[in-house]
Design a protein around this ligand. Sequence first.
Ligand SMILES: Nc1nc2c(c(=O)[nH]1)N[C@H]1C(S)=C(S)[C@@H](COP(=O)(O)OP(=O)(O)OC[C@H]3O[C@@H](n4cnc5c(=O)[nH]c(N)nc54)[C@H](O)[C@@H]3O)O[C@H]1N2
Ligand SMILES: Nc1nc2c(c(=O)[nH]1)N[C@H]1C(S)=C(S)[C@@H](COP(=O)(O)OP(=O)(O)OC[C@H]3O[C@@H](n4cnc5c(=O)[nH]c(N)nc54)[C@H](O)[C@@H]3O)O[C@H]1N2
Ligand SMILES: [Mo]
Length: 773
Amino acid sequence: MDEAGTQDDRNRDVRIEPYDGPAGGWGSARSLLEILTREGVPVSGTALLTKQNKPGGFMCTSCAWAKPAKPLAFEYCENGAKATAWEQTRRRATLEFFAEHSVSELLTWSDYALEEAGRLTHPMRYDAASDHYVPCSWSEAFKEIGRELKGLDPKSAVFYASGRASLEASYMYGLLARLYGNNNLPDSSNMCHEPTSVALPQSIGSPVGTVLLEDFEHTDMMFFFGQNVGSNSPRMLHPLQEARRRGANIVVFNPLKERGLERFTDPQSPVEMLTRSSTKIATQYHQVKLGGDLAAITGLCKALIAADRDATTAGRPAVLDHAFIAEHTQGLDAFMAFCDRQDWSALEERSGLTRHAIEGAAAVYARSKAVIGIYGMGLTQHRRGTETVRMLANLLLLRGNIGKRGAGICPVRGHSNVQGQRTVGITEKPELAPNDKLRELYAFEPPMEKGLNTVETCEGILDGSVRAFIGLGGNFLRAIPDTARMEAAWRNQRLTVQVATKLNRSHLVNGSVAYLLPCLGRLEIDRQAGGPQAVSMEDSTARFHGSNGAADPVSPDLRSEPWIIAEIAKATLPPNPHIDWDAWVADYGRVRDAIEATYPDLFTDFNARMWEPGGLTKPVPARHREWKTESGKAQFVVPSGLEADPDLPPREGDILDLMTLRSNDQFNTTVYGYHDRFRGVSGTRDIVFMNVADIARLGLTDGGQARIETVSDDGIARGLGGLRVVAYDIPPGNCAGYYPEMNVLLPLWHHDAQSKTPAAKSIAVRVRPEAAA
Ligand SMILES: Nc1nc2c(c(=O)[nH]1)N[C@H]1C(S)=C(S)[C@@H](COP(=O)(O)OP(=O)(O)OC[C@H]3O[C@@H](n4cnc5c(=O)[nH]c(N)nc54)[C@H](O)[C@@H]3O)O[C@H]1N2
Ligand SMILES: Nc1nc2c(c(=O)[nH]1)N[C@H]1C(S)=C(S)[C@@H](COP(=O)(O)OP(=O)(O)OC[C@H]3O[C@@H](n4cnc5c(=O)[nH]c(N)nc54)[C@H](O)[C@@H]3O)O[C@H]1N2
Ligand SMILES: [Mo]
């Protein structure tokens, strides 16, 4: 692509052909080489990769998967390396770039083309008169941002965080919002694993997963619900491969046959690479219907309960762990009665699986001693997402699979520090904020009114009550539902400020006063008055790690996130004698001291221990069967129904269920390229995967053009055309397309009742033939 970074992504060679290679392997090596070359990453950049996820090195900016104490020679995967190449690209979105391209013009560019403009290099202010971003100085920016924030009702400003910023930056950011006067701290978790944060405290009294990396060495069996390990947490394939070699079973529930769950070739094993051998990952693969997990898990539990009764009658050993249940849980009777009431034909119908298949999975579970339940967006992004997570906890509790070696519940978190942001106070729920400590340490009265989460922020922007949006990373406007409606309302805001590394669409839809502030990435050396600074983060298994930048900043005008937050604070807030923002920025060790003072039980001796190989383990009470629930016991919970989506029209006739998902060539809204290798799609993202029977039934053709329309009774038309129909192995009645392009189809009100997480995996739609343009 040329310097302008523009449009040649529009003339791509589109190929759709089945991929028969494994996950990993030569395909992975090739794909990596391609992006390193395209981004012009210097050789020093590839040397950088040897420091990725190593003690003393930097922590990957891609997923949140655990970092082992004894890392591999190359402790990174294809997609982690892509994330590094993406940040260390030679491309720059320079002042000339912004002078050349108006904001209206940039709004016509694809997500891919925008980020391919390269790293942001200079603070910019949006100039409405010329419709261009124009350079400004850092001090001008903060002066105006501070003045604007001071002029607003604190309730009307929102502080969004995408889950990448460090523990240090996140702690300062949460404090900034509360000192300013609100809990309006939505974060990417509100679109992601919020059902986990709501469900697990109710079920097991801890908001995070209980599994540690070493549990994978002792497990007999893993359930995999709705998580695409091959694309989204590929480093996890190594422990999975090890577990398979020991004979552990992996039982998958996923509507799509995801390659990483089928077969893996370790790209770091010369033998495997040269002999083209691979490890079979799943031992059972159940293509559950979209949203069919509540029914499938009910079936699993029903089968176990029946087997337990049979065993008792026949005098065989019990199937349920009755000792564990008696000592540690509450609510089994009601839950058993619920399972008894469900008849198999309804469970088969709703899950799309046969009773025989479900009983087969239950039989493996019944004979396994230590079982891990792994899950991702396939469970959480539903109207009953929280209830579905609680069902998985029920299933594990039946056989005592929480709080013992080799077992547990394992939500695979998304962004590299999304879990950590919550730990240090990024939350809109005042009851989760450390208010007593904040009062004691900083002598102010923290706001006690509930703040806005992501969906509520969107509602506030639509009704005009939200007047200012500060974004610490991310691409909020592209990641949220109803993107077309939201873009129209977004411009009514008074102030929008985006702290970012690369240009994206959220930067192009602006409030009356708008700033784009470029920051250092985590890979870059962060030099402050006290010398180069390290930062820290929490992985998916609740371990904290230190991270040192290793590359020179791509521009001298970049600033670190902690510095930017401190400057906004100084420009906005009255001085507080208990907070020396400059001293914190000079030495992040002092921010970590403040974190430790705020959370003494979690961060004991943090500055020293964050460098422990494998990370500092956060205490999670459920790991040792201490249940911090109201009853003091782990809780079986009866779901309110079996439908993942209770109140939309039934998915019958011409109404299909649409899931929005990620390709193997993207990180959320960041599109690295157009090769979804594992799914055999190349050169396009404008597709809809469909079952052949539905294609024929609905008068469509494989390879033909189609338009999708959302079915909803809210009077709002939502549609997306120009899509290519791709015949795919997906259950009848279900279809799939890529996020974020499909977000125009997702109604804002279509979210989980309990956590308000948008239900991005089950949108009621019609797919119609469309004349080719
Ligand atoms: N390379 C890369 N890595 C990433 C990301 C990325 O975009 N790219 N994103 C990061 C982030 S923020 C997150 S949250 C994670 C996301 O990682 P995942 O949790 O894997 O999320 P998705 O890619 O949305 O895929 C969800 C999977 O669930 C399946 N699924 C969909 N609906 C259902 C259902 O109703 N039931 C079941 N059982 N399965 C279903 C889909 O087929 C798909 O395999 O990955 C993180 N890591
Ligand atoms: N339909 C549908 N919608 C979804 C989902 C889905 O599966 N389907 N998934 C949801 C999920 S799980 C998530 S987590 C959200 C993701 O939502 P977000 O977290 O808001 O989006 P990202 O695409 O991760 O943000 C990418 C941008 O972050 C900026 N960035 C990258 N690195 C840094 C950094 O170090 N510092 C700063 N300040 N900025 C940086 C870059 O400018 C880049 O353009 O989307 C959600 N939306
Ligand atoms: Mo996520």
